[in-house]
Design a protein around this ligand. Sequence first.
Ligand SMILES: Cc1cc2nc3c(=O)[nH]c(=O)nc-3n(C[C@H](O)[C@H](O)[C@H](O)COP(=O)(O)OP(=O)(O)OC[C@H]3O[C@@H](n4cnc5c(N)ncnc54)[C@H](O)[C@@H]3O)c2cc1C
Length: 439
Amino acid sequence: MERHDVIVLGAGLAGLAAARDLVAAGTDVVVLEARARAGGRVEQTVADDGRLVQLGGEIIGTFHTAYRQLVGELGLTLGPTFVASEGETTWQLGEGVYLGDDLPWMTSADRRVYDRVEREFSALAATVDPEDPLSHPEASTLDSLSVADWVRAQGGTPAVLRALELSARVLAVESIERTSLLADLRKESAAGADGFYNYEAWENERVLEGSATVALRMAEQLGARIRYSSPVSRIHIDGSASYVQLASGEAIAAAAIVSSLPAGPLRDLQITGVSDERLTSLHRQRHAPAVKVAAVYQEAFWEAEGRNGTTYMENTLLGGTWAQNSGILSGLIPPSSLGEYFATPAHRRQPELTAEIAGLFGGQVSDYARFYLRNWATDPWTKGYVTGWRPGDVTAVGPLHGTHEPPFYVCGSDQWVCGYMEGAVRTGRGAAAAILAAR
Ligand SMILES: Cc1cc2nc3c(=O)[nH]c(=O)nc-3n(C[C@H](O)[C@H](O)[C@H](O)COP(=O)(O)OP(=O)(O)OC[C@H]3O[C@@H](n4cnc5c(N)ncnc54)[C@H](O)[C@@H]3O)c2cc1C
């Protein structure tokens, strides 16, 4: 049987970051990747005129320190995102289309309630340790409530709830009615407890050479240590006799095994030799599913109209859009719209989405050069998008979240507070450090 010091499962940002650090420390590593490419949920393609189009993860924020450090080590450059762009935001609401930076349906009384509830949310978030949310004295109560339950209990008006729901739609995360308050408090505590989702903290920079270039550069460094088109179907942990089995039947042994697989694909594996508690915890993790849209235009026509490309969409398949790069609009179809999206015949999806964008910007949106639809929701190697936490999930996943059971190590964005590229890099490098420390 082929044998290595460490087998890493998955060549997304987490697996690649783990393998890179292990190799740098002189470890013999093989990375087993199901797809024929590296990057996982970061993926890019090249439009006819050479512009890079991101079909997966794109943007990072100020507190994403592990990702920023890696970008520096790889000699790549960070630059601003749509957050810095001038122009007005567009709102597609039940009442019609509106332009402007404030929430158009809010009265000044609603705005005061919003600001008060947001301050209360920040104060509560500051009491949650993002590394150990279950240590909070009220952890199980906070986890049993949805964000919406709590906002109502604080006197949040329907207009305030509507603002938060629209914000969840554009991010393509689960409804605030289906999101654990404790999970959301942990997420915003990690970002500095500065209110509800803060675009400056979460989304103000991107890699100018292309977000997926981060993964591609690590894959280049790892070279033949990555075996592509090699889905794993079984993991057996038994000290120095641990091994994994590929779908082809081949078995490969190693002293340590690192899984960076997303929650869904990990559930498909047969895993033996790992404690029941850990398997139960891993199997309770889940994702919010999404489909990504990227529409490539000759130029950023919205700028000529004094708009910034950011839209919030209430009653559509799309939850909203933002400007990804010069002349490129990104958008996500959130969990609440996916049933309708998949029920739409495949040949009707693009025209319907184009019509939705046209409803916001006018006829020129049908003049796109390329239109990409990337379904991550049912892709067998992702089965989702970003980590989702429904009420009760933080407690059910429990204190084993983000920990290891040597020689079985777990990393990947699901092992951080809420997914994201930061979570992948942070936990990937963390797993490598834990293996090296155990030597
Ligand atoms: C549309 C979209 C937009 C996003 N936007 C952002 C954003 O703007 N900012 C941000 O920070 N994050 C964003 N994210 C999230 C971010 O991209 C991910 O959290 C991160 O890239 C995940 O990295 P990972 O290594 O943990 O997992 P993945 O990238 O999913 O890597 C796991 C790897 O395991 C492989 N695999 C799966 N099953 C098997 C198997 N059985 N055997 C072998 N290999 C297997 C997969 O093919 C994959 O390569 C976005 C994600 C999506 C999908």
